[in-house]
Each structure stands twice: as structure tokens, then as C-alpha cells.
Design a protein around this ligand. Sequence first.
Ligand code: PMP
Length: 401
Amino acid sequence: SSVFANIVRAPEDPILGVTVAYNKDSSPNKLNLGVGAYRTEEGKPLVLNVVRRAEQMLVNDNSRVKEYLPIVGLADFNKLSAKLIFGADSPAIQENRVTTVQCLSGTGSLRVGAEFLAKHYHQLTIYIPNPTWGNHTKIFTLAGLSVKTYRYYDPATRGLDFQGLLEDLGAAPSGSIVLLHACAHNPTGVDPTNEQWEQIRQLLRSKGLLPFFDSAYQGFASGNLDADAQSVRMFVADGGECFAAQSYAKNMGLYGERVGALSIVCKTADVASRVESQLKLVIRPMYSNPPIHGASIVATILKDRDMFNEWTVELKAMADRIISMRQQLFDALSAKGTPGDWSHIIKQIGMFTFTGLNTEQVAFMTKEYHIYLTSDGRISMAGLSSKTVPHLAEAIHAAVT
Ligand code: PMP
């Protein structure tokens, strides 16, 4: 008999498991609104034109080889990624106070940052919002940090529980790490206003809390790369230290290429260079060095003005399509007279709508309408199209009446 005979079957991942269930459904009307991946109006995955162009250039360049990258990844990619999130004119970059390392998309960047903190930082408690992306708890716990939550979402208003947030972070022990979604909070679609961000910044700085930004949706929320990095830039502008994990999965559609970056903004160039030396010791035994292809695509696009501009146009088109799906779904529910206030669908931001539908209503929609979403009632707006909005509106209407 197997030496693994006693292995217990693990449950499916709560988000990726939705796709597993969807794939098993043979209904022609089935709809996958679980995973956060962009789809076209035709329901197809999208490879950006500018990405195709960059890949073509890379393929045609015979001087390119498949050697290992350095432990910290592609130098150009790292420099350009820091500029993208902190701003081209960021004093922190000019003063060489930022260390940036290429990592395996957003998840890998969070994990490398967490492993570094667990090893070198004096305070091992990290506060994450309630609710948050389901992987956060596991990433930080497995890295050796102790995870606590702060209030974030108020189900009654379907908006931000700002008072609760200030109270919980105000009561956090000095030095605690605080995970902040840079924009387009997942799963709620609820972001602080700029005035609220400023209050959060003052609170964190006055209490000596360490901000760790998760930026998985830059450009995807508003359609504007600078606007979506505003929160991060406010924290860097005050001269304090912070962490930022960037993902190019959504904003460049590079999901499976696993391309992202971890930046640590330090007080001085000397600290930044010592931090980087230790990041290498975290990365080397984990995966040695990152893959070359995705980072080369990103660097090719970011360093060429014309390609960069083409990217921003395609990015805005994706953001605009999602915003238009919000309006169409809201209009369809209004037209049906579906009971309840659905204005949060158009108020929330980014890839997801946190509908307020409960587990039973979600199960009903899956069973009766073949619509797949996470059990917390989160729907990926990027998976909707003008053709599928009526079907979803009908299902929501039936679920709540
Ligand atoms: N953070 C958040 C909030 C996310 O929503 C995601 C993607 N679902 C990620 C990080 C990381 O994604 P990836 O590792 O694919 O870049």
C-alpha cells in the first residue's frame, strides 16, 4: 500500500475551485464570474496588441539568449517597475532609496516581502483588511508572520467602515505591519477617498506602523495608471518607509507569465542596498532566480514611449468595459424592479462587485442559472458581457425575490 495512504483530501481553493466546478458544468448558458481574469465582449481571454508586438520584437532579436537572470531579476524591468508605481519623478528613486526585485507576479512579491519581514523585522504582526483576497492570510502565515485583521467593509452601507478601520489600526501595537490594497480593493471594490487615505497615512506614520501595499490593479480601477497609484505615492512622498508588491497579471494581461515586483522604500540608499543583499538570500533558496520572458515583455513596453502609450490606451479600454458592465447590470436590475438598493454596483471600483448576496443565494444562482461565483457573493465584472448581463440580472432577481 502507498506510503501516502493516510493523506487527507484537501478542499479546492475557494476562488480557483469555482472554475473547476464551472468546467464540469455542461450547460450552454454557464457563466464563470469567479476568477478575476479579463474577458472580451465575446467572453474570450485577451492578449493585448502591445504585448503581441513586444513578443514579436523579442522573438526577432537574435541577440537574445536564455541565460539565467540575476537573483533579483531583470535590471531594466526593476527600474521601470519602480517608476511606474512611485512616479517617474519620485525623489525616493532619485535618491536610490528604493530596492526593487523581480518576483513571481503579485503573489510571489508578497511572499518574498513577507519572508524578508519574518526574518529581519522586529514586529511580526501584520494587519490585513476584513475581508481581503483569500490568499493573503495563507501567504503571510506561512511566511511566519502573525495575521490579525482590521475592520474595512461595512455590510450595512456596502461601503468603507472608516471609523472601524481607524479604531483597529489605532489600537495596533507600534511597529505592526499593515497590508493595504493600493486600489480596487479585492473582494469589496471599496477604496478609501484621497482624504481618507491621508488620514490613514497620518495614523500609520504617527504610530510607527509599516505600510505594505498590494498593487494588483494599477490602471485597472480608473483606467489611469497615476490615479491608481495615488495612495502609494502619498506614503512615499512623506519620506517614510514602505513595501509595495506589484503584479502585471491584470494590467498587462500577463496572468500566466507570473511577472511582478517587490519594492522596498528605505530611509537611505545604504539601508536599501543592505536590504537588497538580504532579499537575495530569501530568493536564492526559494526559486533561485525569476523567469525571463514576461519581464522582458514588460520592460520592452515600459521603455518605449510609443509602446507605453499604446498600452495605456488598451488598459483604459479594459477598465472602461468593466465600468460599462457595472452600469449595464445596474440598469438591468433597475428595469426589473429588483428589490433592494443596487447602487453599490456602480459605486464600487475595479474588477469585482461585492454584491451582498449570501451563500444560499449564490448556491441558488449556481444550481438554477449555472452562474459561478465565490460564495461570499463576489462577481468578477470582467467576466461579464452585454450578452450575459440579462442572464445574471434574471438570476439575481430570482435569488432575492
Ligand atoms: N493581490 C490581490 C488583491 C489580488 O487580487 C491578486 C490577484 N487575484 C493578487 C494579489 C496576485 O495575483 P498574481 O499573483 O496573479 O499577480
